[in-house]
Structure formats: structure tokens, C-alpha cells
Design a protein around this ligand. Structure first.
Ligand SMILES: [Zn+2]
Length: 69
């Protein structure tokens, strides 16, 4: 029975991760992304706020903004 439980756990673990959308300040020098469009880190953005995939943001070397950690 224990083996079956482990098997089910592993099966669940391999399920595709849903795409997470994050928000970035386009044109800014900042290397941050935001989980919420109304984050106060984004309120200082003088450029356009754009949506992108979390994986793409990380590819650009962006990290989660300090207010949302
Ligand atoms: Zn933020």
C-alpha cells in the first residue's frame, strides 16, 4: 500500500505546472517581476506595465520584487 501511495505522489508531481503570468515594467532598467498588477513596486513604473510568462521573466534574469517576497 505504501508503494502505491508513493507512486500516486510521483504521478501527481509530474503533472504540468500551470503557466504563471507576471507583470513587469516595460522599458525600465529594473530586473524585477511582479505577481500582482497593483503591486506598489509597479506604481513607480513610468513606462507601460506588461504581462509576461514567469518563465520568460526568469530567462531575462528578473527576480521577484521585494514587496512580494
Ligand atoms: Zn511587486
Amino acid at each position: 500500500m505504501k508503494t502505491l501511495m508513493l507512486f500516486l505522489f510521483l504521478m501527481a508531481d509530474t503533472s504540468p505546472i500551470p503557466t504563471t503570468t507576471v507583470y513587469i515594467c516595460s522599458g525600465a532598467k529594473g530586473k524585477k517581476y511582479h505577481l500582482r498588477a497593483d503591486c506598489r513596486g509597479l506604481s513607480h513604473c513610468s513606462h507601460r506595465v506588461v504581462k509576461m510568462k514567469l518563465s520568460d521573466a526568469e530567462k531575462e534574469g528578473r527576480t521577484l520584487c521585494g514587496f512580494e517576497k
